[in-house]
Ligand binder design. Structure first.
Ligand code: MTE
Ligand code: MO
Length: 199
């Protein structure tokens, strides 16, 4: 381990560039799941975008993986205080999925196989800020980490990056998802330490 790990628990970690307040660096990839890992055969996989009027756009695995993909290198930050810098992903930008989508709603609820939900403002999904990722470090995304595909919204705490994602629902009003209803912050900016309600 290098010099940075000697700062664990001390003041040195606070000076690591790219590390938000209250976070420490990790070099492995912890698994955090609120329930069992769903196994989704690719022939059953489908992602559906539903607008506030009920209009739907939907992709099966074949269609989804035929869309334009992007390689993403980014830092990720979990509310339980680990951060992982310089992670590598491949995915489809939400900008691509929202092409031709007409919506006047400002909020979204992200849905997953297994029932997990999390709320994200629409503007935090657009303009190169979010992807649906299906590769990590050049390999198919492990089921434990959300495979076949997960949301990747690296500028928010990682609980917003829903694993096993299967849908996005547009909403006029912000509503809490799974962890938000349990007291987590409605927005979750790691640089402002928005961990829990009231932060
Ligand atoms: N569907 C689903 N997505 C989820 C979770 C979950 O329990 N279910 N946990 C969230 C939390 S709290 C974190 S920190 C990250 C963890 O992702 P990882 O297990 O790949 O590290 O996934 C997020 N996405
Ligand atoms: Mo988390």
């Amino acid at each position: 381990m290098g010099i940075i790990s000697r700062g664990f628990g001390g003041r040195r970690r606070e000076s690591v560039p790219g590390l938000p307040p209250g976070q420490y660096l990790t070099y492995d990839f912890p698994v955090l799941s609120a329930g069992p890992t769903p196994r989704i055969p690719l022939e059953r996989w489908r992602f559906t975008l539903t607008t506030e009027t009920g209009a739907q756009k939907s992709w099966n695995w074949q269609e989804f993986t035929s869309l334009k993909t992007e390689d993403i290198s980014t830092d990720i930050h979990c509310v339980t205080k680990w951060s992982k810098l310089g992670t590598s992903w491949r995915g489809v930008s939400l900008d691509t999925l929202f092409e031709d989508v007409e919506t006047a709603a400002d909020y979204t609820m992200v849905h997953s196989f297994g029932g997990y939900t999390t709320n994200v403002p629409l503007e935090d999904l657009l303009d190169g800020k979010a992807w649906i990722a299906f590769k990590f470090d050049g390999e198919d995304l492990d089921p434990e980490h959300g495979g076949p595909a997960r949301m990747l919204i690296p500028h928010l705490y990682f609980w917003k990056s829903a694993k096993w994602v299967n849908g996005l629902q547009m909403m006029h009003d912000d509503e809490p998802g799974f962890w938000e209803a349990a007291g987590y912050h409605m927005y979750g900016d790691p640089w402002r330490e928005q961990r829990y309600q009231g932060d």
